[in-house]
Design a protein around this ligand. Sequence first.
Ligand SMILES: Nc1ncnc2c1ncn2[C@@H]1O[C@H](COP(=O)(O)OP(=O)(O)O)[C@@H](O)[C@H]1O
Ligand SMILES: [Mg+2]
Length: 254
Amino acid sequence: MLETNEETSLFFKDGEQNAAVKETEEKRVPTGIGDLDRTIEGGLKEHSVTLVGGSAGAGKSIFCIQFLVNGILQYDESGVYVTFEEEKEAVYSNMKRFGWDLADLERKNKFAFIRYTPEQVEKLLKTGAGIIRDVVEKIGAKRIVIDSISAFTLLHKTELERRAACLNLFKIVRNWHCTSIVIGQYLSADEKHDSTAVEFEVDGIIWLYNIKEGDTRIRALEVYKMRGTKHAVKTFPFEITSSGVQVYPEESVF
Ligand SMILES: Nc1ncnc2c1ncn2[C@@H]1O[C@H](COP(=O)(O)OP(=O)(O)O)[C@@H](O)[C@H]1O
Ligand SMILES: [Mg+2]
């Protein structure tokens, strides 16, 4: 059992609690992304809203689509992907590289792809995101990803307007009663420290880093905040492999 204790102490400050064996009262929604769930007491809290943040190319979209695909294939939970950024064809084709056939999941009514152009976003808020709600209901979605909140808030000129739009969006998201991830795109690793309304409003924050070490970049993941969860305190490495994101909570970044 010594081994278990040593391993646990990597995840938790005091090493007293092993997330893998802890029985939680509330339902957890596993990400299915390998050992990540072990570091967050089994998964995201049901109906919570988590921010997945990082710079361009950090792996945010892949990570979040994997959360949806795993939900469908491993937990029979349908998922909706709302994007303000990428084209459907490009996303479907890129995700095929990981063996994820989004077109097939869409045909089976397990997955839905909703794209908003900047011009359509105003309408999105005014109509209370009725279209998304209809899709969520139609496929019985339990998981939803919004890619990204940054693209959405940047459409507003002043900080005050951004904040209001953002809070409004969160209010709508919470009404869908799904377990949600909103993606935050940041220019640099430091930018996020100018905490915005988003960071205070969400239940959890996962940062994805792409750190330059000499001539190579190393990917790392940090569970920065997760309400009601005794989560890992260590930033650990991850890779994007031919089957998607692989995390290595036992390994060190440096
Ligand atoms: N098939 C693949 N195999 C390995 N790495 C990939 C593959 N496809 C994309 N990547 C890596 O993932 C990055 C894009 O990830 P993505 O999730 O789109 O980033 P973000 O949404 O954070 O901008 C690419 O820049 C590349 O480094
Ligand atoms: Mg992206």
